[in-house]
Structures are given as C-alpha cells and as structure tokens.
Design a binder for this molecule. Structure first.
Ligand SMILES: [Zn+2]
Length: 352
C-alpha cells in the first residue's frame, strides 16, 4: 500500500513538474522572440529595402505546340514571346525561387500587404486570355472535383506548391467571356481556383482593344465580365483588369474612366487596378510614384538578355528589388531612400 502511495505521489509530482517546465519553456520562447526583434545590423545584413521594385510577370499560354511559321527563341513558342514552353515555365519558377523571390497575390500588393520572409523579395504571376492550357481539366474524380492536367500552368504551379511550401504559390488569371474554354468545367474551374489560393480578374468580354471603341462599348466589355464573375464566384474575384493588347497605352485616354468605374445593366463596378503589357518591374506600393490604377508588367520571355526579357529584368532587379524585413506591418528602408516614400498604408516606418 505504501509503495503504491509513493508511486502515486511521484507520478503527481512529476506530472506537475512537467507542466511547470512547459510553462517555463513558453516564457523562455516569448523572451527569445522579444530578444530577436530586428536590429539595424539585421536590416543591413539582409539589404532590406521596402521601397524597392516588384516584378509582376505576364504569362499567356504554357505549351509546346510549335507553330509552323514561328521558331522557338529560348523558351518562347512564338517569336514575340507571348507563349512559353512548358519546360521554360518550370525553369522560370525554379529561377525566381533560387533568386530569393516569393510569391504574393496581386491584390495584396495593390493593398500594400506584402507578407514575405526576411531577406526575400516579392514576385507576382499573372496569366491572360483564359486559355485552356492555363488550367486544363481532364475529368472529374470520385468526389466530383476537377482533375488538372499536370502540364498545364496550374498543374505545374501545384507541383511547386508541394516542392517549396515557402514559395507561397499563387497567381492571378484574367479571363474573357469564354472563361477557360472548357464549357463543361468552366464554373468548377473558377470555384476551384478561388478555393485554392488563386485569383481571377477581368480581361474584357471579347478581348477588346479599348483604343478602337467608344465609352459605351468599353463599359459593356468590362461590365459583362464582372457580371459573369458575380454570377459564378460572387465576392471571390478581384476587381482588377488586364488591358487587352495593353491598350490604352496612356492613362489619360478617354476610355480609361469607364474602365475604372462605370455602370453596366444597372450595376456599378469599380476597378482598383488596370494592368499594362510590358515591360519592366513596378515600384513598391510604398513608393510615391506608385499608381495602382495603371501597373506595368514584365513579359515572361527570352530575348538573349535584351529588350526587357526575363534575364535583363532580373539583372536590373538585383540592384533595385524590394527586400522584406519579414514584418508586413512595417516599412523599412535606408534613410537615403526617404524621399521616395509615398503612401504608408498606416504602417510603422523604420529608417536605417
Ligand atoms: Zn490578352
């Protein structure tokens, strides 16, 4: 009997002891966390620069269907570089990762919400034209979920999601009236995308050239897609437009106000950003030159390191890129950059 009591006592004491140790461990961790708040040395060692530039990559098709009247140039399918080979797209994704880029959502960037770990840089992926090879569905599984071709853009992105969980894989897809050209699956695809960390935006109903139409047609082209998205994924899409052909080229164009805000069939839409075609990286959302309503993109193509291809742009970015301090609530930059500071989104400013 005594022996049992002694064992019970030991168990009780040890049990209590463990709890206390755990408490102590938690306290220690909290203390360590506080001690680890970043110093100027950390900013210097990581070259933190949250007034640096951010690449918004522009992709269209991802496939290897060689066109008879064009030749591959590097990883391009067509000579203008709007279509990219599957192998090159995989290489691009490896390249960005190796270079220390981590993906963020376009919508978050526009909102000044950049959540990237210390010393890393944000990158944004966009895909235009709602092509079948953006997200090719080969059938449905037992649960009725779509099965995605692993060689389509999303299929490849999903593989990278598994390979590098810290890459924060995401992208924004800009659709026309044909959605992803897969009538049977279009609605399922849109729902799948927004449920799996991707975004969907507007590329106009018929891929219109805004420079060639009037304001009424402009409103119809924009409004129809918002209406379609409202029907299929209400409240889950982004109010961002990728301008077909990058037109209008000038923010002062007469149709621009109708692209940004107008009423179609009794419903008012508001577009927070319009994306251009080409040619280089955009400024930090905290830079005073930042105009979220008219954003530049980098055409994801190869041209021997010239004419603002991927290689050229990322060389330029080596000196100008946004480098995070790992805290999305602060804006950290060197004092010499101070005059570039614009919208602070009510964040804490730290100069060093
Ligand atoms: Zn397009």
């Amino acid at each position: 009997m005594k022996k049992i009591l002694i064992i019970l006592l030991i168990v009780l004491i040890t049990g209590c002891g463990n709890k206390e140790i755990k408490k102590d461990e938690n306290n220690e961790k909290e203390e360590i966390k506080e001690e680890k708040s970043l110093t100027v040395e950390d900013y210097k060692n990581n070259s933190v620069n949250e007034l640096g530039e951010v690449p918004i990559m522009m992709y269209h098709g991802i496939h290897n269907k060689k066109n008879s009247d064009t030749e591959y140039t590097g990883g391009n399918v067509d000579k203008d570089g709007y279509q990219r080979t599957t192998e090159s797209f995989v290489k691009d994704l490896e390249f960005y990762y190796e270079k220390g880029y981590r993906m963020i959502r376009l919508n978050d960037y526009v909102d000044g919400n950049i959540d990237v770990e210390l010393g890393k840089s944000p990158i944004i992926l966009t895909f235009d034209d709602g092509l079948e090879n953006s997200i090719k569905v080969t059938g449905l599984d037992d649960k009725g979920e779509i099965i995605i071709d692993p060689n389509s853009a999303v299929g490849i992105l999903e593989q990278f999601k598994k390979k590098y969980p810290d890459y924060n894989v995401t992208a924004t897809f800009f659709i026309n009236g044909g959605i992803f050209q897969q009538e049977k699956y279009n609605e399922k695809i849109l729902n799948w995308l927004v449920d799996h960390g991707y975004d969907v935006g507007n590329h106009t109903n018929s891929h219109v050239n805004f420079s060639n139409v009037d304001s009424t047609k402009s409103q119809e082209e924009v409004g129809k897609i918002y209406k379609l998205l409202d029907k299929i994924i209400p409240g889950k899409y982004v109010n961002i437009i990728a301008l077909p052909f990058g037109s209008p080229y000038n923010f002062e164009h007469a149709n621009m106000p109708y692209i940004l805000k107008a009423t179609y069939e009794g419903k008012t839409y508001e577009t927070k950003s319009a994306l251009r075609v080409g040619w280089k990286s955009e400024s930090s959302p905290f830079d005073k030159s930042f105009n979220p309503k008219f954003l530049k993109r980098i055409r994801a193509y190869d041209n021997n390191g010239q004419d603002f291809d991927i290689e050229m742009n990322f060389k330029l970015l080596d000196n100008t890129r946004y480098i995070s301090d790992g805290d999305k609530n602060t804006i950290v930059f060197q004092t010499s950059m101070k005059e570039k500071l614009g919208n602070t989104y009510n964040k804490k400013i730290i100069e060093y």
